[in-house]
Design a protein around this ligand. Structure first.
Ligand SMILES: [Ca+2]
Length: 259
C-alpha cells in the first residue's frame, strides 16, 4: 500500500513536472513569436525610416542642384549688372565732360560779351580803336591806362582784319596807325615795346623801314600802302590798344574792387 502510494506520488510528481516542462515549452515559443513580430515591426519601421531618408536625400540633391542653377543665374546677372554699371559710369563721364564743355562754351560766350563798350572782340582779344591821334609815347601811355598794350601785327589774318577796321572807322588812308614796336635801341632792329622781344610777324611796305632823315624809330601801319612803316615817334597818329579778354576781366574786377 505504501508502495502504491509512493508510486502514485511519483507518478503525480512526474505528471506535474511534465506538465510544467510542456507549459515552459509553449511559453518559450510564445515569447519567440512575440519577439519575431516585434523584430518584423522594427524592421518595417527601419525600412520606412530608410525610405524617408532616401526621399529626403533625393530632395536635398534636387534642391542643391536648383541652388547651383540659381547661383549660376545670379553670377550671370552680376556680370550683366557689372557691364551695365561700367556702361553707366562711361555715360556719366561723357555727360560730365559734355557739361564741362557746355559750361566752358558758356564762359567763352560770356567772355566775348565781356569786352567793354567801345572795345571790339576779335578771336578772344579786346581791341580799342582810338578816335583821336597822339604821339607814340602818348598812345603807349593811353593803352597802359587801359591795362592794355599797343597792337602788333600777329599774322596776315589779323592784319587783314585790322586794315578793314581802320577803313571802316574812317582813318585817313594817307595817315598811319601806331604799332607797338621801336628800333630806338638798335637801329633797324624793331622790338616790341611791351616785352622787348623781336617781332614774330612783320609785313613791311616795300622799301621800309628806311629811317628817313635818320629820325624814324617807331613802327606804324601805313593804311594807303597796306603794310608796315617806320615813322618819327613824335608824329600824331591813331592807335589801337589790345588786351586779352581774361586780363581785361581781371583789370575790370580790380578796378571795381578799388572803387
Ligand atoms: Ca619810313
Amino acid at each position: 500500500m505504501k508502495l502504491l502510494i509512493l508510486f502514485t506520488i511519483l507518478i503525480t510528481i512526474y505528471k506535474t513536472k511534465s506538465a510544467s516542462l510542456l507549459t515552459g515549452f509553449y511559453d518559450q515559443n510564445s515569447t519567440n513569436l512575440i519577439e519575431d513580430k516585434q523584430a518584423i515591426k522594427e524592421i518595417d519601421v527601419l525600412r520606412q525610416i530608410i525610405n524617408q531618408e532616401t526621399i529626403i536625400r533625393l530632395t536635398l540633391v534636387k534642391e542643391v542642384k536648383a541652388m547651383a542653377n540659381d547661383m549660376n543665374s545670379l553670377k550671370r546677372s552680376m556680370a550683366s549688372m557689372e557691364t551695365t554699371v561700367a556702361s553707366l559710369k562711361e555715360n556719366s563721364t561723357n555727360i560730365y565732360q559734355e557739361l564741362n564743355k557746355s559750361k566752358s562754351q558758356t564762359i567763352e560766350k560770356d567772355d566775348i560779351r565781356s569786352c567793354e563798350k567801345e572795345w571790339v572782340n576779335y578771336q578772344g582779344d579786346c581791341y580799342y580803336f582810338s578816335t583821336s591821334t597822339a604821339s607814340f609815347l602818348d598812345a603807349m601811355g593811353a593803352c597802359h591806362r587801359f591795362d592794355a598794350e599797343m597792337i602788333l601785327l600777329q599774322n596776315a589774318e589779323e592784319e587783314k582784319w585790322l586794315d578793314l577796321q581802320f577803313r571802316i572807322r574812317g582813318y585817313p588812308a594817307n595817315r598811319q596807325v601806331w604799332l607797338g614796336a621801336s628800333d630806338v635801341q638798335h637801329e633797324g632792329r624793331f622790338l616790341s615795346v611791351s616785352n622787348a622781344e623781336g617781332l614774330r610777324y612783320s609785313h613791311w611796305v616795300r622799301g621800309q623801314p628806311d629811317n628817313l632823315g635818320g629820325r624814324e624809330h617807331c613802327a606804324t601801319y601805313w593804311i594807303q600802302n597796306k603794310g608796315m612803316n617806320d615813322a618819327p615817334c613824335n608824329n600824331k597818329y591813331n592807335y589801337v590798344c589790345k588786351t586779352n579778354v581774361l586780363k581785361k576781366m581781371l583789370a575790370l574786377s580790380t578796378s571795381k574792387r578799388n572803387t
